[in-house]
Design a protein around this ligand. Sequence first.
Ligand code: UDP
Length: 245
Amino acid sequence: MKEYIEKVYKKDKEEFYKEVEQKLLNEEKTFIITANPEILTVGDKDKEFDKILLDQITTIIPDGIGVVKGAKMFGIDLPGRITGVELSMELIKLCNKHKKSMYLFGATKEVMNKMKILIEQKYSGINLVGSQNGYVEDKQAVMEDIKMKNPDVVLVALGVPRQEKLIYDNLQGFDKGIFVGVGGSFDVISGSKKRAPKIFIKLNLEWLYRIAFSPSRWKRFYEGNIKYIFKLKREVKRANRKERK
Ligand code: UDP
């Protein structure tokens, strides 16, 4: 866990967005992972995902408050969250501003239709070279289509860790592109699913709002968060012990 946390991007989101804009303009291939405690816990158990998190091609940003708090336990002060939803919006705006091309993959057909309409109506500077909902059987075929279209930005919303694995396994086939696994971001951006009320976001309790209303997430919450905290505490203790020796 410590290795992941040490790798997390340490500057604030304004700085991060500036760097992303530069990468977009320079056509620098980039893979961004929006991390919450659940994702880091997956890395701890799943070798393939562990490799993705630690590979130098990936940038890990602190999507969840648990990552910001976890970093603090290791003496790392992060300025705050950089969420997947906000990053997706920022990339849409940047593509619009610089007239760049984009491919959207994931979420339901209805949500994807709303995303297309939103882009046509409000961000018409974007060259949307392709869009595909996330419930097609052959996801690799979609990746092949993306390779052919060679877009500047690729957002994949299939849920963790599938979206990250799919991107990672195909990354070699691209020579440019900003790739992000954006989870439920299309649901939120298209207005199909509401983000938590502002007060929850402000108090850093967005996670509480999200799990409270979906019992199916309760187990995931336990696995990804309660266990995460205990694991971090153990690792901090171990690190302190080593230092004292
Ligand atoms: N999703 C998809 N195909 C699937 C399963 C999920 O496109 O086979 C989409 C789902 O519609 C949602 C997104 O993946 O838009 C992320 O889902 P969720 O919020 O559960 O993911 P998380 O970010 O919490 O892992």
